[in-house]
Design a protein around this ligand. Sequence first.
Ligand code: COA
Ligand code: AMP
Length: 636
Amino acid sequence: MTTYTNEFNRSIEQPEAFWAEQARRIPWFTTPKTVLSYDDQQHARWFVDGELNICHAALDHHVDQGRGEQPAVLWDSPVTESKRTVTYREMRDQVALFAGALRALGVEKGDRVVIYMPMVPEALMAMYACARLGAVHSVVFGGFAPHELAVRIDDAQPKVVVAASCGIEIDRVISYKPIIDAAIGQSQHKPDACVILQREQQQAELGDNDHDWAELMAKAEPAECVPVKGSDPLYVLYTSGTTGKPKGVVRDTGGYAVALHYSMEAIYDVAPGEVFFSASDVGWVVGHSYIVYAPLLRGCTTVVYEGKPVKTPDAGAFWRLISEYGVKSFFTAPTAFRAIKKEDPDGKLLAQYDISCLKALFLAGERLDPPTFHWLDDLLDVPVIDHWWQTETGWPIAANLHGLDPMPTKAGSATVPVPGFDVQVLDREGEQAKPMEQGSVVIKQPMPPGCLVGVWGDPQRFHSAYMAAFPGFYLTGDGGYFDEDGYLFIMGRTDDVINIAGHRLSTGEMEEVVGAHKAVAECAVIGIHDSLKGQVPVGLVIPKDGFEGDELALENELIALVREKIGPIACFKQVLVVNRLPKTRSGKILRKLLRNIADGKEYGVPSTIDDPASLQDVHDAMKDRSVGAAHEARQV
Ligand code: COA
Ligand code: AMP
C-alpha cells in the first residue's frame, strides 16, 4: 500500500483519530475534547469545544518560539515601485495595535468587519486584527462595484469598514472612497465607522465617520488575543451562487487552522522558515488561505504581490519574484500563465532569473488545461501540480500530494482526493458512477476540517445549495469523473457559475442586472470559452415589444450596467440583441445548447425545443457578430 493510500484510508476510516493527531500540531489555549460532531443538517463540525486564536497560532506563537526576526510578509508592489519586509514581531505588534484601534471603535468578539483593500500588508494586518479580537472579517475583492459591496454590507452587517484610499491597476489608480461611500449610501445597514489607509498615490477625503488608519494606530492600545471556540466563525467570504445574491461562506476557526497547517506539509511541502508565494488576491479564498493564514500558521514567509503576471513590467514578473525571494512553492491560476505565454511564448524571460529555489508549481482556480500544463512542464524542471478546490472547502479537495507521496501527473487531472475528502461521482439517480463515467462530484460526510460551516444567516440556503441534492453528501457543483487509476478529472460546473480568469461569477446574477433594464423583455447570459480567461460571459437579449431604440446603444448600455452593478471583474463585454431564444416547450432557455454553438461545437436540435427556427436565428446572430467560435459550430 502506498503512503498516500494508507494515509487516505486512515483519514476516511478513522477521521477522529486522524484529525485529533493533526490538531495537536497547532497551539490551542484549550485542547479540544470533542473532535467531530454534527450539526442538525448532519454536516460535520470539528473541535467545537477547543479554544484558540488563529492570530496567536500564526503570529504570537512564532514570536514566542524565536521567529520574531524572520520575515512574515514580503511585500512587492511594482505598481507603486515599493517593497517592504514585515517581520513576525512587527506583524504581531502592528496587528495588536490595529486590533486595539478596532476595539476602540466598538468592535468586539462576534462583530463583523468588512475589509475592502488592495494587496498591501495592512490588508493582512486588518484580517489578523479581527481574528485577534474574535471578530468576523468579510473581505470584498477590490474589483467589485459599489452595488456588490452594498449587498455584502447588508448581509454581513459590519460595525466597521476598513479600506484603503485607492487600489492600483496597470493603467489607472482606482479611488476606493467613492466606491465605499456609494455602497454605504445604497445599503440599508450603516456601519458605525470607516477606517481608511491613506496611500500616497491618492489620498481620500475623510468624512465624519471616517478615521485615518495612521492616526488610529498612533493612539491605539495593543489588544491581546481573545480565546474563541474551535467552531466560532473566523470569516465570511461571499461567493457567487446561482442566484443574484452571493452566498456568505462561513469558515470556522479551529478546523480551518488544523486543515491549513496539514496542507502546507502534505500538499505544498513547505517547512517553517521557507518562502511561500501565492499570486492571488486577499479578496479570494486562495488569498485567505494561502497568502494570509496558512503560510504564517506554518511559520513560513508569505509573499504579498501587488502586481499582475504581465505588464508590471513584463511577463517575467513571477520569475523575478521567485528568484528574488527564494520562493520554494508557488501557486497561481492557469489564466496567469496563459497571459504570460501569450506575451513570452518561448518563456525566454525565464533565462534572466535563477529559480533553482523553486521546488513545485501549484495551479488552481480553474482547470489546468492540457496545453498550459504542457507548456509549463516543458519549461520548468519542477512538478507542475493542478489541484482542485473551491471557496466552500477552503483548501484543496484533490491534489498531487507533493509533500506526502508525489505521483505521476496526468494532464487535465487534479490527481487524487486529499486525505479527509471522500470524493465520489454520482449519476442522476445518486448511484456511484463507473470509472470514466461523468457525473456530479460530491463529498461524503463527514467533510474534513476547514470546510464551510454554513451560509451566513441562511441555514436554508446552505441546505438547498449543498446538502439537499444527495442526502449524506455535499454537492460541489462540479462535474467530472474518476479514471481507471482513480485519478479525478474535474470538467466544469454543473450550474450557472462561470469561471473568468480564475474568478468565480454567476451568470444568473448578470441576467438579473441585464433583465432589470427597462428595454429588456428577456435575456440569457452564458459563459463561453476564452483562450486567455478560460471563460467570458456573453449576453443574448430580446428587447420589449415596441422597442424602437438603437440596438447598439442598448448593448452598450447593458455592458455599462453590468460593469456598474457587478464590477469590471465580470468582463461583460459582449451582448447581442436577438429576436428569439431557443427554449423548451416548458419555457426553459436552452443555455447549454447556446454555449455549444458559441464554443463552435456540433449540436443537435433537441426534441423538446419549442421553436426549432429560433436556434438557427441565434446561431446566425452569433456568427455575424463573431461570438466565440460560433462560425465553426455545425448543426447535425
Ligand atoms: N480593483 C479594481 N479593478 C480590478 C481589480 C481590482 N482589484 N482587479 C481587476 N480589475 C479590473 C481590471 O482592471 C479589468 O478592467 P478593464 O475591463 O477596465 O480592463 C477587469 O477588472 C478585468 O480584470 P482581469 O480579469 O484581471 O483582466 P486583465 O485583462 O486586467 O488581466 C490576467 C488578465 C490574466 C492577467 C488577470 O486576470 C490575472 O492576473 N489573473 C489571475 C487570476 C487569479 O489570480 N485568480 C485568483 C484565483 S487563484
Ligand atoms: P472558487 O470558489 O472561486 O475558488 O471557484 C471554485 C470553482 O473553480 C470550482 O468549483 C471549480 O469549478 C473551479 N476550479 C477551481 N480549481 C479547479 C481545478 N484545479 N480544476 C478544475 N476546476 C477548478
